[in-house]
Design a protein around this ligand. Structure first.
Ligand code: G6P
Ligand code: ZN
Length: 583
């Protein structure tokens, strides 16, 4: 066994290492500064209790973006020096965020070991490459992101760090080949286990869904399918699952080779950035000539987000989680005993609320950020949850799960088409959504994003809205002056959440204006950007009348959009006349 020594390296703090909604995300040029990553990793070790470090088993992998391979070697050497017993690495350093969560919860090492936590190397849906973003976050033994108590501690540690430990002479491990390499350090043996990125995750998916019925759908000549991984890590799972297990054609996979720079694209599955898929599905400006597939889906860089599309049809993420919840018990074996409860983030539309009410399910509204669902799930209060930000998932893991969402939709399609696969016409994605609206009503929904706005201007805009909200009569005067055809504002506040499990309180989670007819305007600052500020404006209107649920959503929402923009004085504060992205 190769021996290694532990070195103590002197360092000084860097400003701004505060983890955001989902870990620390910065430009690569920031991360590659001397000791920058090391400071954050050591600060994380120092924030964890001793048994989570000494003798622990840590997963270290990510979406494969630029700088990941170097980061994996650095973290491995630091883990060895800090007394970690073993590091588990997905082959080539690749593990999707949901797969990391699955590996923590499910994988048993050759020696019977189980993981205690993970460093996930990703900046999610942000672009990658030498001039783009890198990111790192820590997940706990339940498979979910570290709670604020830990991330606050990490941040505090980054402000005072003086040294870090590293096994400088530990040779780089070949992460392209599976197998265990053992080393010997001052505290005993240290193993690096490189394993297949997909197999644990595939096994978990097979235990949740009825693969046989999905296979029948995917191999039916009537059904056509398309999955776009946007060159993210989703590609490492798409082939084993959709092609090898479920019989989809290989040509159904788009951009499924993971690339360090995501092919130069923006790996965010929405109507703006998933251009190729959108065109293929007949929803783009330059649509392809051929008939679009029946079903299309895309993932983000680390494959926890998803976008679901039907032929010439977009499913809003808020509708998607509501429809999955409404159909889960019949269509997905994992849920056959019933749902424990459902949850959504505050800015997500209330489509899920209506389903919960109909089905008499426990329901929770949490702040933006997947970690809030984790507590509910650990307490057995929530089975299915989702966010407007293209995140959907369940209590099978503690992260949102893009491929799970696709399999959930394929399960619903397979269920609705049982016995119909040889008929004239399949029940389509669009049929399922329209049927859902007819039963539950429709929540027209749109989100306007103003990316990379001056941070000061964004703050001022939010302060203006907070101030405004204190006087409803003033708000209503302004609203009436803008559009007389919009309902009255009956409540406005800054969303605050008390976690029902641990009692912790999260404040300043977005400003809400609630209207008499159930419409809502929500304003928030993004917590995931790496430059400037991103203002998000969420606009929603409920329509119960089945005869009126078929309108084009931008047209239906136009009056509310006008009110929102003028109320917030968006152009005045930001100088922007249009959003960067509309979803
Ligand atoms: C990440 C989190 C999600 C959250 C999203 C919000 O993807 O995992 O839970 O909804 O960020 O991003 P934002 O940019 O709106 O803060
Ligand atoms: Zn992501």
């Amino acid at each position: 066994m190769v021996m290694f020594k532990v070195s103590r390296v002197e360092t000084t703090p860097y400003d701004g290492q505060k983890p955001g909604t989902s870990g620390l995300r910065k430009k690569v040029k920031v991360f590659i500064q001397p000791h920058y990553l090391q400071n954050f990793v050591q600060s994380t070790f120092n924030a964890l209790s001793a048994e989570k470090v000494r003798g622990a088993t840590l997963v270290v992998s990510g979406d494969g973006r630029y700088f990941s391979k170097d980061a994996i070697q650095i973290i491995t050497k630091m883990a060895a020096a800090n007394g970690v017993r073993r590091v588990w690495i997905g082959q080539n350093g690749l593990l999707s965020t949901p797969a990391v969560s699955a590996v923590i919860r499910e994988r048993v090492g050759v020696d019977g070991s189980r993981a205690t936590g993970a460093f996930i190397l990703t900046a999610s849906h942000n672009p990658g490459g030498p001039h783009e973003d890198f990111g790192i976050k820590y997940n706990m033994e339940n498979g979910g992101p570290a709670p604020e108590g830990i991330t606050d501690k990490i941040y505090e540690n980054t402000k005072t760090i003086k040294e870090y430990l590293i096994a400088e002479d530990l040779s780089d491990v070949d992460i392209s080949t599976t197998g265990v390499t053992s080393f010997s350090g001052p505290e005993g043996q240290f193993d690096v286990d490189v394993f297949d990125s997909a197999s644990d995750y595939v096994k978990l998916m097979k235990s949740i869904f009825d693969f046989e019925s999905i296979r029948k759908l995917l191999t039916s000549p009537k059904f056509t399918f398309c999955y776009d991984a946007l060159h993210g890590v989703g590609g490492a799972y798409a082939k084993p699952i959709f092609v090898e297990e479920l019989g989809a054609q290989e040509r159904s996979l788009l951009n499924c080779t993971p690339k360090e720079d995501f092919g130069g694209g923006h790996p965010d599955p929405n109507l703006t950035y998933a251009k190729e898929l959108v065109a293929r599905m007949g929803l783009g400006k330059l649509d392809s000539e051929s008939e679009p597939p029946e079903f299309g889906a895309a993932a983000d860089g680390d494959a926890d987000r998803n976008m679901i599309l039907g032929k010439r049809f977009f499913v809003t993420p808020s509708d998607s989680v509501a429809i999955i919840a409404a159909n889960a018990v019949e269509a997905i074996p994992y849920f056959s005993a019933g749902l424990k409860g459902v949850a959504r983030s505050m800015p997500t539309s209330a489509a899920l609320d209506v389903v919960a009410k109909h089905l008499n399910l426990k329901f929770f509204e949490v702040p933006t950020g997947w970690k809030f669902f984790g507590n509910l799930m650990d307490a057995g209060l929530c089975s299915v949850c989702g966010e407007e930000s293209f995140g959907t998932g369940s209590d099978h893991i503690r992260e949102k799960d893009g491929i799970w969402a696709v399999l959930a939709w394929l399960s619903i399609l397979a269920h609705k088409n049982k016995g119909k696969l040889d008929g004239d016409k399949l029940v389509s994605v669009e049929d399922i959504v329209r049927q859902h609206w007819a039963t539950y009503g429709r929540h027209y929904y749109t989100r306007y994003d103003y990316e990379n706005v001056d941070a000061g201007a964004a703050k001022e805009l939010m302060a203006h809205l907070v101030k405004l909200q204190s006087s409803l009569s003033e708000v209503n005067d302004i609203v009436k002056g803008i559009r007389s055809d919009v309902a009255k504002v009956v409540h406005a506040d800054e969303f605050e959440y008390k976690d029902p499990v641990d009692g912790s309180i999260s404040r300043h989670q977005g400003i809400r204006y609630l209207f008499e007819d159930g419409s809502r305007l929500v304003f928030r600052l993004s917590g995931t950007g790496s430059e400037g500020a991103t203002i998000r404006l969420y606009i929603e209107q409920y329509e119960k009348d089945p005869l009126k649920t078929g309108r084009e959503s931008q047209e239906a929402l136009a009056p509310l959009v006008e009110v929102a923009l003028k109320l917030a004085k968006l152009q005045e504060f930001t100088g922007r006349s249009a959003p960067t992205v509309i979803t």
